[in-house]
Design a protein around this ligand. Structure first.
Ligand SMILES: [Zn+2]
Length: 466
Protein backbone atom coordinates (compact mmCIF):
# COMPACT_ATOMS: atom_id res chain seq x y z
CA UNK A 1 0.00 0.00 0.00
CA UNK A 2 1.27 3.49 -0.87
CA UNK A 3 1.81 5.92 1.97
CA UNK A 4 1.51 9.64 1.35
CA UNK A 5 1.30 13.01 3.01
CA UNK A 6 -0.96 15.80 1.78
CA UNK A 7 0.76 19.08 2.64
CA UNK A 8 -0.68 22.51 3.39
CA UNK A 9 -4.26 21.54 2.72
CA UNK A 10 -7.38 23.34 3.91
CA UNK A 11 -9.74 21.33 6.13
CA UNK A 12 -12.90 22.29 8.02
CA UNK A 13 -12.26 22.99 11.69
CA UNK A 14 -15.13 23.90 14.02
CA UNK A 15 -16.74 26.95 12.39
CA UNK A 16 -13.54 27.84 10.58
CA UNK A 17 -10.80 26.32 8.42
CA UNK A 18 -7.30 25.14 9.25
CA UNK A 19 -4.27 24.53 7.04
CA UNK A 20 -2.67 21.21 7.92
CA UNK A 21 -0.73 18.20 6.68
CA UNK A 22 -2.49 14.84 6.55
CA UNK A 23 -0.47 11.61 6.74
CA UNK A 24 -1.92 8.46 5.22
CA UNK A 25 -0.31 5.18 6.23
CA UNK A 26 -1.56 1.75 5.13
CA UNK A 27 -4.85 3.17 3.84
CA UNK A 28 -5.73 4.98 7.06
CA UNK A 29 -5.43 8.54 8.32
CA UNK A 30 -2.37 8.45 10.60
CA UNK A 31 -2.02 12.11 11.59
CA UNK A 32 -3.58 15.54 10.96
CA UNK A 33 -1.53 18.55 12.08
CA UNK A 34 0.51 21.43 10.69
CA UNK A 35 4.10 20.78 9.61
CA UNK A 36 4.16 17.00 9.84
CA UNK A 37 7.09 14.93 8.70
CA UNK A 38 6.52 13.71 5.14
CA UNK A 39 5.77 9.99 5.11
CA UNK A 40 5.73 8.40 1.64
CA UNK A 41 4.83 10.51 -1.38
CA UNK A 42 4.30 14.23 -0.77
CA UNK A 43 1.09 15.65 -2.29
CA UNK A 44 0.68 19.39 -2.73
CA UNK A 45 -2.55 20.44 -1.01
CA UNK A 46 -2.00 24.17 -1.41
CA UNK A 47 -5.20 26.04 -2.38
CA UNK A 48 -7.14 22.81 -2.11
CA UNK A 49 -9.89 21.67 0.27
CA UNK A 50 -9.86 18.15 1.72
CA UNK A 51 -13.17 16.52 2.70
CA UNK A 52 -14.19 12.99 3.55
CA UNK A 53 -15.66 11.22 0.51
CA UNK A 54 -19.43 11.44 0.14
CA UNK A 55 -21.88 8.56 -0.25
CA UNK A 56 -24.13 8.30 -3.28
CA UNK A 57 -26.44 6.35 -1.01
CA UNK A 58 -29.11 5.34 -3.51
CA UNK A 59 -28.87 4.80 -7.24
CA UNK A 60 -29.65 2.22 -9.93
CA UNK A 61 -26.66 2.16 -12.26
CA UNK A 62 -28.25 0.61 -15.36
CA UNK A 63 -30.79 3.45 -15.56
CA UNK A 64 -27.99 5.42 -17.20
CA UNK A 65 -29.11 3.92 -20.52
CA UNK A 66 -32.45 5.71 -20.31
CA UNK A 67 -31.51 9.08 -18.89
CA UNK A 68 -33.05 12.00 -20.65
CA UNK A 69 -35.67 10.01 -22.52
CA UNK A 70 -38.16 8.92 -19.87
CA UNK A 71 -41.69 10.35 -20.16
CA UNK A 72 -43.04 12.85 -17.65
CA UNK A 73 -44.79 10.22 -15.52
CA UNK A 74 -45.30 9.57 -11.83
CA UNK A 75 -43.29 6.64 -10.45
CA UNK A 76 -45.83 3.86 -11.07
CA UNK A 77 -46.17 4.61 -14.80
CA UNK A 78 -42.53 5.62 -15.10
CA UNK A 79 -41.46 2.20 -13.76
CA UNK A 80 -43.64 0.44 -16.33
CA UNK A 81 -41.92 2.40 -19.09
CA UNK A 82 -38.49 1.87 -17.56
CA UNK A 83 -38.81 -1.90 -17.42
CA UNK A 84 -40.12 -2.13 -20.98
CA UNK A 85 -36.77 -0.77 -22.15
CA UNK A 86 -34.39 -1.89 -19.39
CA UNK A 87 -31.04 -3.18 -20.65
CA UNK A 88 -30.86 -6.97 -20.78
CA UNK A 89 -27.21 -7.27 -21.75
CA UNK A 90 -24.58 -7.77 -19.01
CA UNK A 91 -22.09 -5.69 -21.01
CA UNK A 92 -24.46 -2.72 -20.78
CA UNK A 93 -24.74 -3.25 -17.02
CA UNK A 94 -20.95 -3.21 -16.85
CA UNK A 95 -20.63 0.05 -18.79
CA UNK A 96 -23.33 1.87 -16.84
CA UNK A 97 -21.80 0.76 -13.55
CA UNK A 98 -18.50 2.24 -14.74
CA UNK A 99 -20.29 5.44 -15.76
CA UNK A 100 -22.12 5.71 -12.46
CA UNK A 101 -18.88 5.22 -10.56
CA UNK A 102 -17.04 7.85 -12.60
CA UNK A 103 -19.77 10.50 -12.28
CA UNK A 104 -20.10 9.82 -8.56
CA UNK A 105 -16.34 10.16 -8.05
CA UNK A 106 -16.09 13.36 -10.04
CA UNK A 107 -18.81 14.94 -7.92
CA UNK A 108 -17.25 14.10 -4.56
CA UNK A 109 -18.49 10.57 -3.87
CA UNK A 110 -16.17 7.73 -2.89
CA UNK A 111 -18.95 5.25 -2.05
CA UNK A 112 -21.95 4.19 -4.08
CA UNK A 113 -25.04 2.21 -3.09
CA UNK A 114 -26.21 0.56 -6.30
CA UNK A 115 -29.75 -0.78 -5.94
CA UNK A 116 -28.93 -2.95 -8.89
CA UNK A 117 -31.65 -4.01 -11.31
CA UNK A 118 -31.04 -7.70 -12.10
CA UNK A 119 -31.42 -9.17 -15.57
CA UNK A 120 -34.03 -11.97 -15.27
CA UNK A 121 -32.31 -15.33 -15.54
CA UNK A 122 -28.86 -13.73 -15.30
CA UNK A 123 -29.10 -12.48 -11.72
CA UNK A 124 -25.71 -13.62 -10.43
CA UNK A 125 -24.05 -12.61 -13.69
CA UNK A 126 -25.51 -9.11 -13.28
CA UNK A 127 -24.10 -8.86 -9.76
CA UNK A 128 -20.75 -10.28 -10.90
CA UNK A 129 -20.33 -7.79 -13.71
CA UNK A 130 -21.28 -4.80 -11.56
CA UNK A 131 -18.80 -6.02 -8.95
CA UNK A 132 -16.12 -6.22 -11.63
CA UNK A 133 -16.87 -2.67 -12.81
CA UNK A 134 -16.68 -1.18 -9.31
CA UNK A 135 -13.48 -3.06 -8.52
CA UNK A 136 -11.89 -1.78 -11.72
CA UNK A 137 -12.76 1.82 -10.90
CA UNK A 138 -11.85 1.35 -7.24
CA UNK A 139 -14.87 3.14 -5.79
CA UNK A 140 -16.26 1.63 -2.59
CA UNK A 141 -19.38 -0.25 -3.63
CA UNK A 142 -22.45 -1.30 -1.73
CA UNK A 143 -24.27 -3.52 -4.20
CA UNK A 144 -27.90 -3.93 -3.27
CA UNK A 145 -29.46 -6.42 -5.72
CA UNK A 146 -33.00 -5.15 -6.32
CA UNK A 147 -35.46 -7.93 -5.56
CA UNK A 148 -39.24 -8.26 -5.40
CA UNK A 149 -41.69 -11.15 -5.34
CA UNK A 150 -44.83 -9.53 -6.71
CA UNK A 151 -45.52 -8.40 -10.26
CA UNK A 152 -45.36 -4.74 -11.22
CA UNK A 153 -49.14 -4.16 -11.37
CA UNK A 154 -49.40 -5.10 -7.67
CA UNK A 155 -47.63 -1.84 -6.88
CA UNK A 156 -50.69 0.25 -7.75
CA UNK A 157 -53.53 0.49 -5.20
CA UNK A 158 -56.68 -1.42 -6.15
CA UNK A 159 -59.11 1.28 -5.01
CA UNK A 160 -62.74 0.21 -5.41
CA UNK A 161 -61.94 -2.38 -8.06
CA UNK A 162 -60.91 -5.99 -7.51
CA UNK A 163 -57.52 -6.41 -9.12
CA UNK A 164 -55.76 -9.68 -9.79
CA UNK A 165 -52.07 -9.79 -10.52
CA UNK A 166 -49.97 -12.33 -12.32
CA UNK A 167 -47.65 -14.22 -9.97
CA UNK A 168 -44.03 -13.05 -10.08
CA UNK A 169 -41.89 -15.20 -12.34
CA UNK A 170 -39.55 -16.41 -9.58
CA UNK A 171 -40.40 -17.79 -6.14
CA UNK A 172 -39.50 -15.95 -2.93
CA UNK A 173 -37.26 -18.85 -1.87
CA UNK A 174 -35.38 -18.86 -5.18
CA UNK A 175 -34.86 -15.10 -4.92
CA UNK A 176 -33.43 -15.41 -1.41
CA UNK A 177 -31.13 -18.19 -2.60
CA UNK A 178 -29.72 -15.88 -5.29
CA UNK A 179 -28.94 -13.26 -2.65
CA UNK A 180 -27.31 -15.78 -0.33
CA UNK A 181 -25.16 -17.05 -3.20
CA UNK A 182 -24.24 -13.45 -4.09
CA UNK A 183 -23.11 -12.92 -0.51
CA UNK A 184 -20.91 -16.02 -0.64
CA UNK A 185 -19.35 -15.04 -3.94
CA UNK A 186 -19.02 -11.25 -3.75
CA UNK A 187 -19.43 -9.84 -0.21
CA UNK A 188 -15.87 -8.73 0.61
CA UNK A 189 -16.05 -5.61 2.81
CA UNK A 190 -12.27 -5.53 3.25
CA UNK A 191 -11.88 -5.28 -0.53
CA UNK A 192 -14.48 -2.52 -0.83
CA UNK A 193 -17.33 -4.66 -2.15
CA UNK A 194 -20.39 -5.11 0.07
CA UNK A 195 -23.62 -6.94 -0.71
CA UNK A 196 -26.83 -5.63 0.87
CA UNK A 197 -30.24 -7.19 1.19
CA UNK A 198 -32.54 -4.92 -0.79
CA UNK A 199 -36.19 -5.80 -1.26
CA UNK A 200 -37.41 -2.97 -3.47
CA UNK A 201 -40.21 -1.88 -1.13
CA UNK A 202 -43.58 -2.70 0.40
CA UNK A 203 -45.30 -2.08 -2.94
CA UNK A 204 -43.83 -5.19 -4.59
CA UNK A 205 -42.61 -7.42 -1.76
CA UNK A 206 -44.31 -9.93 0.53
CA UNK A 207 -43.60 -10.20 4.24
CA UNK A 208 -41.84 -13.48 3.48
CA UNK A 209 -39.31 -11.65 1.33
CA UNK A 210 -38.70 -8.96 3.95
CA UNK A 211 -38.26 -11.46 6.78
CA UNK A 212 -36.05 -13.67 4.61
CA UNK A 213 -33.88 -10.62 3.94
CA UNK A 214 -33.77 -9.74 7.65
CA UNK A 215 -32.58 -13.27 8.41
CA UNK A 216 -29.82 -13.06 5.81
CA UNK A 217 -28.87 -9.63 7.18
CA UNK A 218 -28.58 -11.02 10.72
CA UNK A 219 -26.76 -14.16 9.66
CA UNK A 220 -24.17 -12.50 7.40
CA UNK A 221 -24.07 -9.07 9.04
CA UNK A 222 -25.43 -7.29 5.95
CA UNK A 223 -26.90 -3.82 5.70
CA UNK A 224 -30.52 -3.50 4.57
CA UNK A 225 -31.80 -1.19 1.85
CA UNK A 226 -35.27 -0.45 0.43
CA UNK A 227 -37.41 2.20 -1.12
CA UNK A 228 -39.97 3.55 1.33
CA UNK A 229 -43.13 5.59 0.68
CA UNK A 230 -41.83 7.36 -2.37
CA UNK A 231 -45.30 8.21 -3.67
CA UNK A 232 -48.80 8.92 -2.46
CA UNK A 233 -49.93 5.76 -4.30
CA UNK A 234 -47.64 3.71 -2.05
CA UNK A 235 -49.14 5.34 1.03
CA UNK A 236 -52.61 4.28 -0.16
CA UNK A 237 -51.35 0.82 -1.04
CA UNK A 238 -49.91 0.30 2.44
CA UNK A 239 -53.30 1.04 3.98
CA UNK A 240 -54.96 -1.45 1.59
CA UNK A 241 -52.32 -4.10 2.17
CA UNK A 242 -51.75 -3.79 5.92
CA UNK A 243 -54.45 -1.54 7.38
CA UNK A 244 -51.68 0.60 8.86
CA UNK A 245 -48.78 2.68 7.56
CA UNK A 246 -45.88 1.03 5.80
CA UNK A 247 -43.52 2.16 8.56
CA UNK A 248 -45.68 0.60 11.30
CA UNK A 249 -45.75 -2.61 9.31
CA UNK A 250 -42.01 -2.72 8.64
CA UNK A 251 -41.37 -2.14 12.32
CA UNK A 252 -43.75 -4.95 13.23
CA UNK A 253 -41.95 -7.43 10.95
CA UNK A 254 -38.53 -6.34 12.21
CA UNK A 255 -37.05 -4.84 9.06
CA UNK A 256 -36.08 -1.45 10.51
CA UNK A 257 -32.69 -1.21 12.24
CA UNK A 258 -29.58 0.93 12.65
CA UNK A 259 -28.20 -0.58 9.45
CA UNK A 260 -31.36 -0.06 7.38
CA UNK A 261 -31.27 2.72 4.76
CA UNK A 262 -34.58 3.79 3.27
CA UNK A 263 -34.69 5.69 0.00
CA UNK A 264 -37.13 8.59 -0.47
CA UNK A 265 -39.39 8.55 2.66
CA UNK A 266 -41.66 11.24 1.22
CA UNK A 267 -45.08 10.22 2.63
CA UNK A 268 -44.48 9.61 6.34
CA UNK A 269 -46.56 10.98 9.20
CA UNK A 270 -45.25 12.16 12.58
CA UNK A 271 -45.74 8.74 14.22
CA UNK A 272 -43.78 7.12 11.37
CA UNK A 273 -40.97 9.62 11.86
CA UNK A 274 -40.80 8.71 15.55
CA UNK A 275 -40.48 5.03 14.57
CA UNK A 276 -37.55 5.79 12.25
CA UNK A 277 -35.85 7.66 15.09
CA UNK A 278 -36.52 4.88 17.58
CA UNK A 279 -35.23 2.15 15.26
CA UNK A 280 -32.25 4.34 14.22
CA UNK A 281 -33.07 3.81 10.55
CA UNK A 282 -31.49 6.11 7.96
CA UNK A 283 -33.34 8.17 5.35
CA UNK A 284 -31.69 8.52 1.94
CA UNK A 285 -32.89 11.77 0.43
CA UNK A 286 -33.18 11.82 -3.38
CA UNK A 287 -34.50 15.31 -4.03
CA UNK A 288 -33.98 15.44 -7.79
CA UNK A 289 -35.77 12.17 -8.40
CA UNK A 290 -38.64 13.24 -6.16
CA UNK A 291 -39.02 16.40 -8.22
CA UNK A 292 -38.60 14.71 -11.59
CA UNK A 293 -41.33 12.12 -10.83
CA UNK A 294 -43.56 14.56 -8.96
CA UNK A 295 -43.32 12.32 -5.88
CA UNK A 296 -43.33 15.17 -3.38
CA UNK A 297 -41.00 16.91 -0.95
CA UNK A 298 -39.67 14.61 1.79
CA UNK A 299 -40.00 16.15 5.28
CA UNK A 300 -36.24 16.23 5.78
CA UNK A 301 -36.20 19.05 8.35
CA UNK A 302 -38.67 17.08 10.49
CA UNK A 303 -36.41 14.02 10.28
CA UNK A 304 -33.44 16.02 11.43
CA UNK A 305 -35.37 17.55 14.32
CA UNK A 306 -36.56 14.07 15.37
CA UNK A 307 -32.95 12.82 15.36
CA UNK A 308 -33.32 10.63 12.26
CA UNK A 309 -30.07 10.18 10.34
CA UNK A 310 -30.34 11.55 6.77
CA UNK A 311 -27.97 11.21 3.83
CA UNK A 312 -28.21 11.87 0.09
CA UNK A 313 -28.59 9.85 -3.09
CA UNK A 314 -28.84 10.67 -6.77
CA UNK A 315 -31.30 7.83 -7.41
CA UNK A 316 -31.05 6.16 -10.81
CA UNK A 317 -30.07 8.34 -13.71
CA UNK A 318 -33.45 7.84 -15.44
CA UNK A 319 -35.17 9.88 -12.72
CA UNK A 320 -32.49 12.50 -12.13
CA UNK A 321 -31.15 12.54 -15.05
CA UNK A 322 -27.52 12.58 -13.99
CA UNK A 323 -25.30 11.28 -11.19
CA UNK A 324 -24.01 14.59 -9.90
CA UNK A 325 -23.86 14.13 -6.16
CA UNK A 326 -23.02 17.79 -5.47
CA UNK A 327 -26.19 18.77 -7.32
CA UNK A 328 -28.25 16.36 -5.19
CA UNK A 329 -26.68 17.77 -2.03
CA UNK A 330 -27.41 21.35 -3.07
CA UNK A 331 -31.00 20.62 -4.02
CA UNK A 332 -31.51 18.40 -0.97
CA UNK A 333 -30.46 21.27 1.24
CA UNK A 334 -32.12 24.39 -0.12
CA UNK A 335 -35.36 22.70 -1.25
CA UNK A 336 -36.48 22.58 2.38
CA UNK A 337 -36.17 26.29 2.98
CA UNK A 338 -39.63 26.62 1.48
CA UNK A 339 -41.07 24.00 3.86
CA UNK A 340 -40.23 25.80 7.11
CA UNK A 341 -40.30 29.55 7.63
CA UNK A 342 -38.08 29.16 10.67
CA UNK A 343 -34.76 29.67 8.94
CA UNK A 344 -32.92 28.39 12.01
CA UNK A 345 -33.96 24.87 10.93
CA UNK A 346 -32.57 25.20 7.41
CA UNK A 347 -29.68 22.94 6.40
CA UNK A 348 -26.35 24.77 6.30
CA UNK A 349 -23.60 23.81 3.83
CA UNK A 350 -21.50 22.30 6.62
CA UNK A 351 -24.44 20.26 7.85
CA UNK A 352 -25.05 19.09 4.27
CA UNK A 353 -21.42 17.94 3.98
CA UNK A 354 -21.74 16.00 7.24
CA UNK A 355 -25.00 14.39 6.06
CA UNK A 356 -23.35 13.36 2.79
CA UNK A 357 -20.29 11.85 4.48
CA UNK A 358 -20.87 10.78 8.10
CA UNK A 359 -24.60 10.37 7.47
CA UNK A 360 -23.89 7.83 4.74
CA UNK A 361 -21.32 6.02 6.86
CA UNK A 362 -23.78 5.74 9.75
CA UNK A 363 -26.50 4.36 7.49
CA UNK A 364 -24.15 1.71 6.18
CA UNK A 365 -23.00 0.79 9.66
CA UNK A 366 -19.43 1.83 8.98
CA UNK A 367 -19.14 5.16 10.83
CA UNK A 368 -16.30 3.77 12.94
CA UNK A 369 -14.22 3.52 9.75
CA UNK A 370 -15.49 6.21 7.36
CA UNK A 371 -17.30 9.52 7.05
CA UNK A 372 -14.97 12.05 8.67
CA UNK A 373 -11.38 13.27 8.70
CA UNK A 374 -10.44 11.47 11.88
CA UNK A 375 -7.14 9.83 12.77
CA UNK A 376 -7.58 6.06 12.55
CA UNK A 377 -10.35 6.16 9.95
CA UNK A 378 -9.83 4.81 6.45
CA UNK A 379 -8.63 7.25 3.82
CA UNK A 380 -11.68 7.73 1.58
CA UNK A 381 -10.86 11.33 0.71
CA UNK A 382 -11.60 13.98 -1.89
CA UNK A 383 -9.42 16.96 -2.68
CA UNK A 384 -11.16 19.96 -4.31
CA UNK A 385 -9.36 22.55 -6.42
CA UNK A 386 -10.16 25.95 -4.94
CA UNK A 387 -8.62 27.76 -7.92
CA UNK A 388 -11.32 26.38 -10.25
CA UNK A 389 -13.37 29.22 -11.78
CA UNK A 390 -16.60 27.89 -10.27
CA UNK A 391 -15.08 28.11 -6.76
CA UNK A 392 -13.81 31.67 -7.20
CA UNK A 393 -13.53 34.31 -5.97
CA UNK A 394 -12.38 33.16 -2.57
CA UNK A 395 -15.27 33.23 -0.10
CA UNK A 396 -16.33 30.28 2.08
CA UNK A 397 -15.09 27.13 0.28
CA UNK A 398 -17.70 24.73 1.69
CA UNK A 399 -20.44 27.33 1.21
CA UNK A 400 -19.57 27.73 -2.45
CA UNK A 401 -19.02 23.99 -3.00
CA UNK A 402 -22.54 23.22 -1.74
CA UNK A 403 -24.48 26.27 -2.89
CA UNK A 404 -22.67 27.07 -6.12
CA UNK A 405 -22.54 25.00 -9.28
CA UNK A 406 -19.10 23.47 -8.99
CA UNK A 407 -17.79 22.15 -12.29
CA UNK A 408 -14.77 19.83 -12.60
CA UNK A 409 -13.65 20.73 -9.09
CA UNK A 410 -12.50 17.30 -7.88
CA UNK A 411 -8.72 17.27 -8.19
CA UNK A 412 -8.00 13.95 -6.48
CA UNK A 413 -9.81 11.13 -4.74
CA UNK A 414 -8.65 8.16 -2.72
CA UNK A 415 -10.50 5.08 -1.53
CA UNK A 416 -8.87 3.17 1.30
CA UNK A 417 -5.73 5.20 0.61
CA UNK A 418 -5.57 4.23 -3.05
CA UNK A 419 -5.62 7.17 -5.45
CA UNK A 420 -8.25 6.73 -8.15
CA UNK A 421 -8.63 10.34 -9.30
CA UNK A 422 -5.60 12.53 -10.03
CA UNK A 423 -5.48 15.93 -11.77
CA UNK A 424 -9.24 15.78 -12.21
CA UNK A 425 -9.18 12.46 -14.07
CA UNK A 426 -10.11 8.93 -13.07
CA UNK A 427 -6.83 7.02 -13.30
CA UNK A 428 -8.00 3.43 -12.95
CA UNK A 429 -10.02 3.03 -16.15
CA UNK A 430 -9.93 4.60 -19.58
CA UNK A 431 -12.82 7.07 -19.50
CA UNK A 432 -12.36 7.99 -23.18
CA UNK A 433 -12.95 4.36 -24.10
CA UNK A 434 -15.99 4.28 -21.84
CA UNK A 435 -17.43 7.35 -23.61
CA UNK A 436 -16.83 5.68 -26.95
CA UNK A 437 -18.61 2.48 -25.84
CA UNK A 438 -21.59 4.41 -24.47
CA UNK A 439 -21.80 6.33 -27.71
CA UNK A 440 -21.51 3.28 -29.95
CA UNK A 441 -24.09 1.23 -28.07
CA UNK A 442 -26.82 3.88 -28.12
CA UNK A 443 -28.61 6.16 -30.53
CA UNK A 444 -30.45 9.46 -30.52
CA UNK A 445 -34.10 8.80 -29.96
CA UNK A 446 -37.20 10.88 -29.41
CA UNK A 447 -40.16 8.54 -29.59
CA UNK A 448 -40.87 5.20 -28.03
CA UNK A 449 -44.06 3.64 -26.80
CA UNK A 450 -44.41 1.61 -23.63
CA UNK A 451 -46.96 -1.19 -23.91
CA UNK A 452 -47.01 -1.73 -20.17
CA UNK A 453 -47.98 1.89 -19.57
CA UNK A 454 -50.87 1.50 -22.03
CA UNK A 455 -52.11 -1.46 -19.99
CA UNK A 456 -52.13 0.19 -16.57
CA UNK A 457 -52.59 3.91 -17.19
CA UNK A 458 -56.41 3.98 -17.11
CA UNK A 459 -56.55 2.13 -13.80
CA UNK A 460 -53.82 4.33 -12.33
CA UNK A 461 -55.72 7.48 -13.26
CA UNK A 462 -58.95 6.17 -11.78
CA UNK A 463 -57.49 5.07 -8.50
CA UNK A 464 -55.52 8.30 -8.08
CA UNK A 465 -58.59 10.40 -8.89
CA UNK A 466 -57.18 11.90 -12.10
ZN1 LIG B 1 -34.66 4.08 -6.43
Amino acid sequence: MVNFTIQNVLIAADDDYATVDVQIIDGAIAAIAPNLQVIGTPIDGKNKLLLPGFFNAHTHSSEMWQRGIMSAFPLELWLAELYDFAPLDPEQVYLSALGTAVETLLSGGTSVVDHLVLIPGLELETIAIATRAYKEVGIRAFIAPLIQDESLSAGIPSGESAQTHEPYFRSTAATLEIIEEAVRQFHRPDEGINILVAPTGIQLCTDALFTGCSELSDHYNLCRHSHLLETRAQEKLAQEKYGCTAVEHLKRIGYLSDRTTLAHCVWLNDADIAILAETQSTVVHNPLSNLRLGSGIAPILKYRQAGVNVTFGCDGASSNDSQDLLEAIKMGSILHNVTDSNYQNWITPRQAVEMASLGGAKGLNIADKLGSLTVGKQADLVLYDLTNLSLLPRTDPIGLLVLGRPTNVVDSAWVNGKQIVADGKVTTINVDELRQELFNRSQWETKRKSESVAQIEAHYRTVMGL
